[in-house]
Design a protein around this ligand. Structure first.
Ligand SMILES: Cc1cc2nc3c(=O)[nH]c(=O)nc-3n(C[C@H](O)[C@H](O)[C@H](O)COP(=O)(O)OP(=O)(O)OC[C@H]3O[C@@H](n4cnc5c(N)ncnc54)[C@H](O)[C@@H]3O)c2cc1C
Length: 463
């Protein structure tokens, strides 16, 4: 690339959203000059998508899960209805399109409890990145690695007229274009922004995967400086409970609903059975990070764990659990206060008055503790009294942030006067998540709105 260069469209980011945008633009206008800018080298490109299992809330490649829009609005805002309606409408076409480019899908059943139907690419998000990058290259998209987008260039009439990028050697390049798609993710990799928007100690949140570190909110900052409006919950994030002993990518521990979760003092922190795992994991991992001493907790279970068919698929750590024959021995190995743990287990076991024959890990089984126990456990409450005892130390790890850019259903970035001409955004960089992340939707929206952004941006560039 030269120090000044011109193209029709520049796309920032090599994840699901950026690749979908670049490829669909190239398909819509063969021969157009489309440049995709990525800050990492080729081996690391792909952001969160690359490390994500990429579960998608679809019944099959050609059918969305039932109640899709209502479910989205239940964890979002009514103002986003049109955004989710279009997402639901185009989700099957986006999945089929990815399939047409070589992404195979299956439904491996990652969670133990029931929930909305989900499908997953074979090979996870890395398969999406590989397939769409290959197809985009074949369609003529130019890939530029090791270039960090730094600011937006102004075009005629206040439009986005390209991107100023920085090379690893510190030199800057001006890449002029008739339209820009920003798809550079959230700000989970930016400790200052995390602290500013999520509060003290947010800067110490562990990134769930190596890809998270690259998303430092630069695309968001660039667009805000250009007059874009903010949207989404800026203090919101999706986090998950992971094994604190390993630095591997996403070593989630998702068996906590079937046991108890205690802090270092041996005290329970919350109602472990308040809902299905995917309804509670985000809130609980956040609570562990912000409220538990040392930002750490332990999941404690007993021999009943082995009766849960396939429990191993809900633990993605390469390390085995800590195992002991008595709670005292478990406390000695983990460092949990032994008296605190003994007292908690005694109170908890006494409150497990339901018939353990009703224990059913696959659904909310209603097996609750007696109401006087605080915190109560609403489902799967069975005494933990049969050795061996198992424990995993867990901490909250951040997957992505919710705060981002305001966009409309054409993926246009909105400013005070309406859509900013020539500026589009898709994926995690956009702010459409609020109270909690709708389960298995982030990759789907990156694909759907990435395609919408790519088609709309190249249509504008062509005129
Ligand atoms: C471990 C994990 C598990 C997940 N599981 C699921 C799941 O099962 N289902 C689901 O729907 N979602 C899941 N998610 C979330 C989902 O994967 C992401 O939200 C989604 O893939 C984001 O796609 P994106 O294209 O918007 O951003 P990304 O895939 O993060 O891509 C952003 C790209 O932009 C690049 N970039 C950043 N800044 C710049 C810059 N200044 N200049 C140039 N390039 C830049 C980055 O390097 C990166 O390549 C998970 C996420 C993680 C990390």
């Amino acid at each position: 690339m030269r120090e000044r260069d011109d193209c029709d469209l520049v796309v920032v980011g090599h994840g699901a959203a950026g690749l979908a945008a670049a490829l669909s633009a190239a398909e819509a206008k063969p021969g157009a000059r489309i440049a995709l800018i990525e800050r990492t080298d080729e081996t690391q490109a792909g952001g969160g998508t690359r490390w994500s299992p990429s579960n998608m809330r679809l019944r099959s490649v050609d059918e969305t899960a039932p109640d899709f829009v209502a479910d989205m609005l239940a964890c979002g805002e009514q103002t986003d209805r049109e955004y989710y309606e279009r997402l639901a409408e185009e989700a099957p076409a986006a999945a089929a399109w990815a399939q047409g480019h070589g992404v195979a899908f299956h439904a491996p059943g990652y969670y133990l409890s029931s929930g909305p139907p989900r499908i997953q690419p074979v090979g996870g998000g890395a398969a999406i990145v590989a397939a769409l990058a290959r197809a985009a290259r074949e369609a003529g998209v130019e890939f530029h690695y090791g270039l960090r987008a730094e600011s937006l260039l102004r075009g005629p009439g206040g439009s986005a007229g390209g991107v100023r990028v920085e090379r690893g050697d510190g030199n800057a390049l001006a890449l002029r274009a008739r339209a820009v798609v920003l798809a550079s993710g959230g700000f989970q990799g930016n400790p200052q922004m995390l602290r500013e928007h999520l509060g003290p100690s947010a800067e110490r949140l562990r990134p769930i995967s190596p890809g998270s570190a690259w998303n430092t909110g630069e695309g968001i900052r660039m667009a805000l400086e250009f007059g874009a409006l903010r949207a989404g919950d800026w203090s919101g994030m999706h986090s998950e409970p992971v094994d604190a002993r390993t630095r591997a990518s996403a070593p989630v521990v998702l068996v906590y609903p079937y046991g108890i979760v205690v802090d270092r003092a041996g005290r329970r922190l919350f109602d472990e059975g308040a809902g299905l795992m995917h309804e509670t994991w985000e809130h609980y991992s956040r609570q562990i990070h912000f409220a538990a001493a040392g930002r750490k907790a332990w999941v404690v279970l007993d021999a009943r764990l082995q009766s849960i068919e396939g429990w191993q698929r809900a633990v993605r750590s390469e390390l085995p659990p800590i195992v002991a024959d008595t709670p005292q021995a478990l406390a000695a190995i983990t460092g949990i206060d032994p008296d605190g743990l003994a007292a908690t287990l005694a109170a908890y076991n006494a409150a497990c008055t339901g018939d353990p024959a009703g224990f059913d890990p696959s659904c909310a089984d209603g097996l609750a503790t007696a109401p006087e126990l605080a915190p109560r456990k609403s489902n799967w409450a069975c005494a933990l009294a049969t050795p061996p005892y198992y424990a995993w130390p867990i901490e909250g790890a951040i997957a992505y942030t919710f705060g981002g850019l305001a966009t409309d259903t054409e993926a246009r970035v909105l400013g005070r006067e309406g859509p900013i001409p020539g500026l589009y955004a898709a994926g995690e960089i956009t702010g459409h998540f609020h109270r909690s992340a709708p389960n298995a939707v982030a990759v789907l929206r990156a694909l759907v709105y990435g395609r919408i952004a790519g088609r709309a941006a190249i249509a504008r560039a062509a005129h």
